[in-house]
Design a protein around this ligand. Structure first.
Ligand code: ADP
Ligand code: MG
Length: 350
């Protein structure tokens, strides 16, 4: 049984997903493929990493295999029995680049297992099977967006998802005359993990100070009751949610110029209000901002490195990226990577 599941980008709505906010992701045309066969013992092979791990019994390994074992345990926690299997992985989705290879791996594994053994589990429950693997077994406190998108996406649509209610809507993503790219800064600063948790705590503190249960109850006027960095964090979340709503409108109208401006605004806000960007991604965004033919750009993901999403007019990016690669190398001594991205359907059986 062979299954492929896509990675994703989130057009806008950064650090809103754990604050009951809105996000606007779509699956991209890069995938993790998982093939499952019967086996006498557990055998996990990643062609991407060129690594094979064999186990007689399942336990936490502290390696990439935990994402797969976590999925097996998610099924077993629901009463399903899974005999030993051989799992083979192949992927053209960059690992750790903010395109959510981890969720793609979980989703592909979950669907391959479920199809092979004939489990009848609805898609919304498969989101949980995949997510629990990462959240409970691997131990990353991830939101629900990544697994959701990898399952529910449709080519030529973005998903406007309300992370509070899980209501969602498909928004047409017709990039006529425009293109999207991902530039990987190739840095991931130490801060990224600890500061992510600090931001979460700060957001809880904001709710405590204001006596609210959810960020969705916050109004702009509540900002007057806050000060210092808490005020800045709250302002980011409130305005980022507004930007998502506006981005949905712009996509529907086909107003890519305005959509681009929202990307730049989001980056500014992540840089100065939420304070999760870094010199490298700031450099990339600033460089692009000065170029004609680029409509917008912003850091994506948790921050302190990772990737930048770019919205460009068709045929303008090629020369700009070459000079950016040179300038970035001169300044940071690092060779940038970039990918053109297109939307994709969600998980599929091959
Ligand atoms: P992201 O999800 O942004 O790519 P994460 O750190 O959340 O980054 O997940 C990356 C992890 O997922 C890797 O360290 C590895 O454990 C696992 N992974 C992803 N793709 C593969 C693959 N092709 N082969 C083996 N492990 C993979
Ligand atoms: Mg991940």
């Amino acid at each position: 049984m062979k299954v492929k599941a896509p990675g994703r980008v989130n057009i806008i709505g950064e650090h809103t997903d754990y604050n009951d906010g809105y996000v606007l992701p779509f699956a991209i045309n890069r995938y993790v493929e998982v093939e499952i066969e019967d086996s006498e013992f557990y055998r996990f092979y990643s062609e991407t990493l060129n690594e094979c791990i064999e186990l007689r019994e399942l336990h936490k390994t502290g390696t990439w295999v935990d994402y797969i074992i976590g999925v097996i345990f998610s099924f077993e926690n629901r009463g399903y029995k899974i005999p030993p299997i051989s799992v083979k992985i192949n992927s053209n989705l960059p690992i750790g680049g903010g395109l959510s290879s981890s969720a793609a791996l979980e989703v592909a594994t979950a669907f391959a297992i479920s199809k092979k053994f004939g489990f009848d589990i609805p898609n919304f429950e498969m989101v949980n099977v995949a997510r629990e693997a990462e959240m409970n077994f691997v131990g990353v406190k991830c939101g629900i967006m990544d697994q959701f998108v990898s399952i529910y996406s449709r080519k030529d649509f973005a998903i406007f998802l309300d992370t509070k209610t899980l209501d969602f809507k498909y928004i047409p993503l017709r990039l006529m005359g425009y293109e999207m790219y991902i530039i990987n800064s190739k840095v991931k600063h130490e801060l990224s993990f600890s500061e992510y948790n600090v931001r979460k705590e700060e957001c809880e503190k904001i709710l405590a100070v204001l006596g609210k249960r959810s960020f969705r109850e916050l109004k702009r006027s509540d900002l007057n009751l806050l000060s210092g960095f808490l005020k800045k964090r709250a302002q980011h979340v409130i305005e980022e949610n507004e930007r998502v709503l506006s981005a949905v409108e712009q996509l529907i109208k086909g107003n890519f110029k305005k959509l681009g401006e929202l990307l730049y605004e989001s980056h500014e806000s992540l840089r100065y209000l939420y304070e999760v960007s870094c010199d490298e991604t700031d450099f990339i965004v600033e460089y692009l901002k000065a170029k004609e033919g680029i409509l917008g750009a912003r850091m994506i993901g948790g921050g302190f490195g990772g990737s930048v999403l770019v919205l460009a007019e068709v045929d303008r990016f090629g020369t700009i990226i070459n000079s950016l690669i040179e300038n970035y190398y001169e300044k940071f001594g690092i060779e940038l990577e970039y990918y053109k991205i297109e939307s994709s359907d969600g998980v599929s059986i091959l």
